[in-house]
Design a protein around this ligand. Structure first.
Ligand code: HSE
Length: 399
C-alpha cells in the first residue's frame, strides 16, 4: 500500500483528492497496487469535506512519517512550497507538483536533489493544466532535437481574450469570471502580466535543451493594455489576439519570451479559445506536433497531478529516471533584439513607414489605424515605435 500526502487543499489539491478517490478502483487495477491518501496539509480546517479527518496543520507530521512515499505539493507560491519539497526529497520521498513558480525558479536544484536521493521530482501539471505535454516531450520526442515551442500557456488570459473578442466583455468582468471558475492564480497579476506563461515557457524550453532560464530574465509582456478596439482591428486583419509564449533553440542560442501576438486565422493557435491551451512544437525528426486541452481548472489539473503519482507508483521498483538541468548562463542565450517577426502597429494617426519596409495589410476602425508589416527585428520595431511615440498606441508581434 503506497501512502500519499497532499500539501495544499485549494482548487488543485482538493481536485487531486477527488480524482484519487473517485477513480481509485480503476487506477489500482491498472497499477496492480493499492494506495491511500494519509494526510492533507492545510492551514484551514474543512469540517464539511469528506477528507476532513485527513487534514493536518503541521508539515513535520508528513516529513517524519516514513510510511509517506509520495508528496503532492499544490500550495502555490515559492515559500514554503520550495522548502517543503526540498525537505521531502531529502527525506527520500518523491515529490509531485503543479507549482510552476517553484519548478521554474528551483527546478535545477530540486531535480538534482531528487537524483541524489534516488527519488523523483515530477511536474506534469505545472504546464498546460490537464494536457499531457511534459512526459511526451521527455519520452516520445526523445529522438528529436526541439527547435521551437510556441503556445498559449495561460488559461486565464486566453479566457479573458476570448470573452473580449466574442462577447465584447470588459477586461475586468472577464477576469472576475475566470477567478470564479478557479482558473486564475491567487494573485491574478501573475496571469495577466504574463508571468505565469513565462514560468511555463522556461520549463518547456529546459525540457527541450536542458538549460533552465530564470523566468525573470525573459522578455514578458501581459495583456492588461489590450483594448476591445485592438481585438476588433485584429479581426479586420484576419487575426486573433492571443498571449503567446515562445522558445527558439538555434545555433545562436536559446531565446524565450511572452507577449500578446496577432495570430493569423490559418494558425491553429488562433482557434484555441476559452480556458484551453495549445502548444506547437517543432522538432527535427517528427516535424510539427500540437498539444491541446484544458489549460487550467480543478479536475483537469488534478488529472495531470495524478498521472505523475501513477508514474511514481508504477516505477517504484526500478532505478528512477531523473531530469538533469543546468541553469542557463548568459552565453546560452541568443540576443532577443535580433529576433524577427511580422508586426502590427496600431496608431491614432496614419503612419509613414521607411520605404524599405513592406506593409502586408492595413485596417482602420474608429479613427484608429492598424498596419501589418513584413518581418522586422525587435530593434527596428522599437525604433519605429519610439520615433512615432505620440501616435503609436501599441505594437504586436504576429505569428
Ligand atoms: N492560472 C493558471 C492559468 C492556472 O490560468 O493557466 C494553470 O496553470
Amino acid at each position: 500500500m503506497v501512502k500519499i500526502a497532499i500539501l495544499g487543499f485549494g482548487v488543485v489539491g482538493s481536485g487531486t483528492a477527488e480524482v484519487l478517490t473517485e477513480n481509485k478502483k480503476i487506477i489500482e487495477e491498472r497499477l496492480g497496487c493499492e494506495y491511500s491518501i494519509k494526510y492533507i496539509l492545510d492551514l484551514r480546517d474543512f469540517p464539511n469535506s469528506p477528507f476532513a479527518n485527513l487534514i493536518v496543520h503541521d508539515f513535520n507530521v508528513i516529513l517524519n512519517d516514513p510510511e509517506v512515499a509520495i508528496v503532492a505539493e499544490m500550495m502555490g507560491g515559492s515559500h514554503p512550497a520550495y522548502d517543503f519539497s526540498k525537505a521531502c526529497l531529502e527525506a527520500g520521498k518523491s515529490v509531485i507538483t503543479s507549482n510552476k513558480e517553484v519548478v521554474s525558479n528551483f527546478g535545477v536544484e530540486l531535480c538534482s536533489i531528487a537524483a541524489k536521493n534516488g527519488v523523483r521530482y515530477l511536474f506534469e501539471a505545472s504546464v498546460g493544466g490537464g494536457i499531457p505535454v511534459i512526459r511526451p516531450i521527455i519520452n516520445d520526442l526523445a529522438s528529436n532535437k526541439i527547435t521551437r515551442i510556441c503556445g498559449i500557456l495561460n488559461g486565464t488570459t486566453n479566457y479573458i481574450l476570448t470573452k473580449m473578442r466574442d462577447k465584447g466583455a470588459s477586461f475586468s468582468d472577464a477576469l472576475s469570471e475566470a477567478q470564479k471558475l478557479g482558473y486564475a492564480e491567487a494573485n491574478p497579476s501573475a496571469d495577466v502580466d504574463g508571468i505565469d506563461a513565462a514560468r511555463k515557457i522556461v520549463i518547456l524550453a529546459a525540457l527541450a535543451c536542458g538549460k533552465l532560464i530564470s523566468p525573470k530574465a525573459i522578455y514578458t509582456e501581459g495583456i492588461s493594455k489590450i483594448s476591445l478596439l485592438d481585438t476588433k482591428l485584429a479581426e479586420s486583419l484576419g487575426c486573433s489576439i492571443k498571449l503567446i509564449a515562445q522558445a527558439h533553440v538555434s545555433p545562436e542560442g536559446l531565446t524565450a519570451f511572452v507577449s500578446p501576438c496577432m495570430v493569423q486565422k490559418s494558425n491553429p493557435l488562433s482557434r484555441i479559445d476559452d480556458v484551453f491551451n495549445g502548444i506547437l512544437i517543432d522538432a527535427n525528426m517528427v516535424g510539427e506536433v500540437m498539444f491541446y486541452g484544458p489549460g487550467a481548472g480543478k479536475l483537469p489539473t488534478a488529472s495531470a497531478v495524478v498521472a505523475d503519482i501513477i508514474d511514481v507508483i508504477a516505477h517504484r521498483d526500478v532505478e528512477p529516471k531523473t531530469i538533469a538541468w543546468d541553469a542557463a548562463a548568459d552565453t546560452d542565450l541568443a540576443s532577443f533584439e535580433k529576433f524577427c517577426s511580422e508586426r502590427v502597429f496600431i496608431s491614432s494617426e496614419k503612419l509613414a513607414f521607411p520605404n524599405d519596409i513592406a506593409i502586408i495589410s492595413e485596417a482602420a476602425a474608429e479613427s484608429v489605424y492598424a498596419y501589418m508589416t513584413e518581418s522586422i527585428s525587435e530593434e527596428l520595431a522599437d525604433k519605429i515605435a519610439s520615433e512615432n511615440k505620440d501616435t503609436v498606441l501599441s505594437v504586436f508581434r504576429k505569428i
